[in-house]
Design a binder for this molecule. Structure first.
Ligand SMILES: Cc1cc2nc3c(=O)[nH]c(=O)nc-3n(C[C@H](O)[C@H](O)[C@H](O)COP(=O)(O)O)c2cc1C
Length: 207
């Protein structure tokens, strides 16, 4: 397995440091109890007005027909590698408030928070999640009869990270690429947009 530990500038939780998005998964099923815990973690995410605008369609390799149907809702480039994941998920978001049909401007934010919880719980269980915006929402809508105000928004490939040896070169490279991020000074601002907060430029004794 490549060492993909985040080279952080400040200390963070070890699970945040360790998480990464693999392009190949091991041929090993995910226990159903662990899957339940992943969605339980998503369930307890905060959401605006406690609306919980998220929903999921899940398919495991153990049910080939359901698995193939869900795989067919991923963009071709993602299908190439996501087909190794033992579990595939479509995240579905309700863009309107269930109680009054008005637009919920926080819906996508809340779905992302739920995804964050799910991914964290997965990391704690030795599982990896590779999220995908590259899906075919219209196809998903048709296959799963998703109601009008709801949209399939992202895909999740879930499993244990696998051996990259058999991957095509381009994917092998992506799989092994060191993880990079912008520094805090590029996105944590003070007086005005673009001016870094002074404390993000400091080094602290604990570091
Ligand atoms: C909402 C979202 C959508 C993403 N969509 C794709 C995708 O369609 N295909 C893909 O290969 N990776 C996708 N990714 C994975 C990102 O490319 C990856 O998280 C990023 O490069 C950082 O790498 P890391 O997760 O290993 O730290 C997505 C990630 C997120 C959070």
């Amino acid at each position: 397995m490549p060492d993909k530990k985040a080279p952080t500038d400040h200390p963070v939780h070890p699970l945040i440091e360790a998480r990464w998005s693999p392009y190949v998964f091991a041929d090993r099923p995910v226990p159903e109890a662990d899957l339940c815990s992943l969605f339980e973690a998503a369930r307890w995410a905060a959401s605006s007005y406690n609306e919980q605008p998220w929903g999921y369609i899940v398919a495991a390799k153990g049910n080939p027909a359901q698995y193939e149907a869900l795989l067919s809702c991923l963009a071709e480039g993602n299908r190439l590698w996501a087909k190794t994941a033992p579990v595939l998920v479509l995240s579905v978001v309700n863009l309107k408030f269930a109680r009054n049909g008005k637009e919920n401007r926080a819906a996508m934010h809340d779905m992302g928070l739920a995804a964050g919880n799910l991914v964290f719980e997965a990391s704690a269980r030795g599982l990896s999640v590779h999220q995908m915006i590259g899906i075919l929402p219209d196809r998903a809508k048709e296959i799963y009869a998703i109601p009008e105000d709801l949209e399939a928004y992202t895909g999740l490939a879930i499993g244990y990270p696998g051996d990259a040896a058999g991957l095509p070169d381009a994917l092998k490279e992506r799989n092994g690429k060191p993880r990079q991020r912008k520094p805090l000074r590029d996105f944590v601002c003070g007086g005005k947009w673009g001016d870094p907060s002074p404390w993000v430029l400091k080094k602290f004794a604990s570091e």
